[in-house]
Design a protein around this ligand. Sequence first.
Ligand code: SF4
Length: 398
Amino acid sequence: MARSPELQPVLDRAAEGGRISPEEALELYRHAPLHALGSAADAVRRRRYAGTEHIATYIIERNINYTNACVTACKFCAFYAPPKSEDVWVRDLSDILRRCEETVRLGGTQIMFQGGHHPDFGVEYYERHFSAIKEAYPQLVIHSLGASEVDHMARISGVGPEEAIRRLKEAGLDSFAGAGAELLPERPRTAIAPLKESGERWLEIMEIAHRSGVESTTTMLMGTGETNAERIEHLRMIRDVQDRTGGFRAFIPYTYQPQNNKLRGRTQATVFEYLRMIAVARLFLDNVAHIQGSWLTTGKEIGQLSLHYGADDLGSVMLEENVVSSAGARHRSNRLELLHLIRAAGRVPAQRSTTYEHLVVHEDPALDPADDKVVSHLSSTAIEGGSAHPELKLLDAS
Ligand code: SF4
């Protein structure tokens, strides 16, 4: 039973698929007993995925960081370098294509092209790179960028976001990854990313993208000093847009990492806050299909637990990741371990596509890939054991 007698009917209504208000979501987030909250969220997940509710998905992908130069200087970011700094680097196209080739060879299906707001990179830069990637590797899905990058590149090129999105799509962009949402409400966003576009602008550009046929995922950065009410307001802003467009495929909360950034470790979300967010997101975002649990920033056990608090997806084996790793995320995994984690959490693992189709359902552990070379942070420069640019640690297939 919920602690407050008024909360139980709200939990029951949410568990049965009824819509809850932002005020009710905040009450649940603050006061509902953790297990009751998780149980209600799991009931919603099971109903939504009736018939496949025994499955939890993962994807094999690679972040490709094309530059760390950035004019936006977010206070939580440990990845960027000011454009005139001697620490700035830009990967050339041949290096990027080499990383794509390795991704395909290791069974990856998706790349996330991710970088800073370079002062010279307009729409043309992305057109050139996306079309080159698609020409060489048409099977790779380009699930990349987001409203922040669009806002920046459109300004550099002197065009509107509609034109920028149309040209990105024509060049090969399949969907937006939706990073840069951070926290959408004005106060916490201005506090941690004063030079970034507003949350309203971020959503406005995402809405344009959805109406242009480019769907996306969306994210939330927890633990940089925002209030509980601001976390729920973030969800409300997403739900309102989703009611109009239906273009958000998934919601992915993750936690602030405290190293090497200007926030200097002030405030972090606890694992309980994270699990409560996963559950409340499943209950409140009744119009978003997928809720992703993150083992990368919160750890493997918490990732497993998230599957019992409403998450249906456990993220990815990310062959390369440098952004949150630069800020201190040190969790690594590989495909075999991810399969084991999902099974140990009581689910059947399935490799998915970007659009959440099941590519391989790993029903029988005896048939798991025996010689698994699919390892997270294979070429990360930001985590011990990953190889450094420019020499990728190409794996020996034997
Ligand atoms: S989060 Fe992105 S926009 Fe902000 S400083 Fe880092 S690279 Fe730049």
